[in-house]
Design a protein around this ligand. Structure first.
Ligand SMILES: [Zn+2]
Ligand SMILES: [Zn+2]
Length: 85
């Protein structure tokens, strides 16, 4: 996974408002059915524990827009990293 430019705060805020601060991950291999929905805590961005979250790209080659950004909780982010996505 190559590092890329982070999403601008304005975009992240828009995504956060869209999902209500809940994890938008839909990878069923994580053990959740459909969307994860884990509640995240806004000041805990980048945190490794429950409540922590990251803004990740749906398409790694896509633009830095709200459409291509999703909020994922720390446990899902960890699983994504482990599976090499
Ligand atoms: Zn999650
Ligand atoms: Zn997940």
């Amino acid at each position: 996974m190559t590092e890329r430019e982070p999403f601008p705060t304005l975009v992240v805020n828009e995504v956060w408002a869209r999902c209500g601060g809940c994890c938008e991950c839909e990878d069923v291999s994580h053990g959740h059915e459909g969307a994860c929905g884990q509640r995240c805590i806004l000041p805990m961005q980048g945190g490794p524990n429950i409540g922590g979250w990251e803004a990740v790209a749906r398409d790694p080659d896509g633009p830095l827009t709200a459409e291509n950004c999703m909020i994922v909780c720390a446990p899902c982010f960890k699983k994504m990293r482990e599976s090499g996505q």
